[in-house]
Every structure is written in structure tokens, then in C-alpha cells.
Design a protein around this ligand. Sequence first.
Ligand SMILES: NC(=O)c1ccc[n+]([C@@H]2O[C@H](COP(=O)([O-])OP(=O)(O)OC[C@H]3O[C@@H](n4cnc5c(N)ncnc54)[C@H](O)[C@@H]3O)[C@@H](O)[C@H]2O)c1
Length: 249
Amino acid sequence: MDRLKEKIAIVTGGANGIGRAIAELFAQEGAWVLVVDIEREAGEAAAAAIARNGGRAEFCYADVSAPEDAARAVRRAADRNGRVDILCNNAAYLGDFHAVVESTAEEWEKCIRVAVMGTHHFTKEVLPFMMAQKSGSIVNVVSIQAMVGCMTSVAYTATKAALLGYTLSAAYDYGPHNIRINSLCPGPIQTRISPQPGEPHYKWQCDQTMLGRVGYPKEVAYAALFLASDEASYVTGATLPVDGGWTAK
Ligand SMILES: NC(=O)c1ccc[n+]([C@@H]2O[C@H](COP(=O)([O-])OP(=O)(O)OC[C@H]3O[C@@H](n4cnc5c(N)ncnc54)[C@H](O)[C@@H]3O)[C@@H](O)[C@H]2O)c1
């Protein structure tokens, strides 16, 4: 219950799916959580559900690709007590993906602006707080698509691979400040963007894993909780797959 006691946490893309599960678990473990998203209704609902379960959370409308939104959201979190302990960069553009020939400049731009630049804007804003307090944990939700090839998603895959590099570089620079930065790589996780049971792509996903099934948002949230918590005090620059064994097969 107290693995994140009194920590101030920000979860981007926290209104749905994996981000919502992370926000809920962080709150359940004692953190005050700022749920950041562009979907107002779902974001308010996520914060309200956390409160109903005895947790502490607020929704903040912010588009992660806008630097001014990132600055405003981080200020709001820091207004609690001057600290920002945890940042989970989870938001990504998850639209229609294509192979190289069919991919459009617009698709590339959206993927880069949300996943890569969104991670950068939020990271840049929280680091001064984390440096001042000489501690912090940043968890970047990446994807196994940064580690293995998958079909028709070249722009998405490229941005996820970029995030692995971003994590390593940032972890190197801010390690001396006791700030840990890690990549979490989910495999096929059942959210609204996923293929449904019965569809051929669903069976294909299950077959790629050693466990023979897809995963659930809570299973990613527990890994994020470990990386965010002081239990991971000597873990930085790591890439943690949560993928049922897909990348080990
Ligand atoms: N579901 C999977 O199988 C899977 C696998 C690997 C990685 N991931 C990664 O997990 C993360 C969450 O995915 P999910 O499956 O939960 O998807 P989801 O669509 O359920 O959740 C994504 C959330 O991000 C928000 N968002 C999108 N653009 C935003 C922006 N510009 N600013 C703020 N919020 C924004 C959305 O509104 C949504 O609430 C993503 O980074 C995704 O790439 C998912």
C-alpha cells in the first residue's frame, strides 16, 4: 500500500489503457497523481475513480506535444509541495500506421511530436525539480517494437526506438543527480487499440509470446511501479520488456 508513499507523480496519457492502470496503481501505493491527457472526460473519470478508491489524483488537460502545456502541467504537480518525484511518459500517437511507402509526412510528424517530443518536453520540465531534490524516477513507456520488427508501423517503430536512445542519454547525464531514467517495453497489451479475441492478429500476437497470451494493463503497471519506487534505487538506463517472453523467444 505504501510503496510510493507521499510521492508526487505525473502520468501522461493517464486517461486510458496502460496509463490509467499506472495512475491507479501509483495512487493505490500512496502517490498523489496528476493524470495528464487530451481526453477530458476520460481523464476526469480516471481521477474520480482513483478518488473513489481512496487515492489522490487530479486530471490536467495537456497536450504533451505542446511545450507550454508540459510546463503548466509540471508546475501544477509541483504546486503540491515543491516536489516532482515520478514522471511516467506514456502518451503516444496511436493512429493508423503504415509501411514505408504508404506512410505520410503527417503520420511521421504526429508520431514524433507526441511520443518523442512529448517525452522530451515533460522530462525537461521535471528535471530541475528532481535535481534540486537530488532524486527522481522517470519511466518511459516504449514498446517491444523498439526491439523487434513488426508489420506496417515504420514511423511508430522509429519513434519508439528513438525513446530507447533518449532514455540512455538522459540516464547518463542525470545519474550523478540521483535521477533514474528507464524504458519499459510492453508487448501486446489488451487496450482499446488492440486486436480483439477471435481476430487473426490477436492469435498471431499470442503466438509470438512464450506465455501464449496477451498481457493486461495492470501487468505493465506493476513493472512501472517497481521502476518508479525506491526498490529500483540502483536501476537506471535499463530496458525492461513486459511482453510474455516475446523478445526472448
Ligand atoms: N497496447 C499495447 O499493446 C502497447 C504495446 C506496446 C506499447 N504500448 C504503449 O503504451 C502506451 C499507452 O498505450 P495504450 O495501449 O494504453 O493506448 P490508449 O489509447 O489506451 O492510451 C493512450 C492515451 O494517451 C493519450 N494521448 C494521446 N495523445 C496525447 C497527447 N498528445 N497528449 C496527452 N495525451 C495523449 C490518449 O488520449 C490516451 O488516453 C503508448 O505509449 C503505447 O505506444 C502499448
